[in-house]
Design a protein around this ligand. Structure first.
Ligand SMILES: [Zn+2]
Ligand SMILES: [Zn+2]
Length: 87
C-alpha cells in the first residue's frame, strides 16, 4: 500500500481504539481529521498518520474518502450527516 502525502490527525481516543470515529473532516488544506467527536482533548491528544493509513484502518469510513475539502461528516444519533465547515 502507498502512503498518501496528506496527513490524517486521529484523536487519541480513536487512535487507541477507546472510542469510535464519530467525526471525519476533510480540511481545505487537504489534511483529514478522524475524531471521536467529544470535547475532552488536550493539546497533545492527537496522532498523526497519513490519510491512506487512516482509511485503511477505519475501512467502514471508506465512503467518505470522496468528501470534498471543506466538508465534514458527523455521526449524530447513529446517522452520518455531511456539512461544510462554515455553518
Ligand atoms: Zn500511510
Ligand atoms: Zn477523542
Amino acid at each position: 500500500m502507498e502512503h498518501d502525502k496528506h496527513s490524517a490527525f486521529l484523536c487519541s481516543h480513536v487512535a487507541d481504539g477507546l472510542r469510535p470515529v464519530n467525526l471525519i473532516a476533510h480540511e481545505r488544506d487537504h489534511d483529514w481529521q478522524f475524531l471521536c467527536g467529544e470535547y475532552d482533548h488536550g493539546d497533545d491528544d492527537c496522532v498523526l498518520v497519513c490519510s491512506a493509513c487512516a482509511f485503511e484502518r477505519f475501512s467502514d469510513l471508506s465512503p467518505y474518502q470522496t468528501l470534498e475539502p471543506g466538508f465534514l461528516a458527523e455521526c449524530i444519533n447513529g446517522e452520518w450527516v455531511i456539512s461544510t465547515f462554515d455553518h
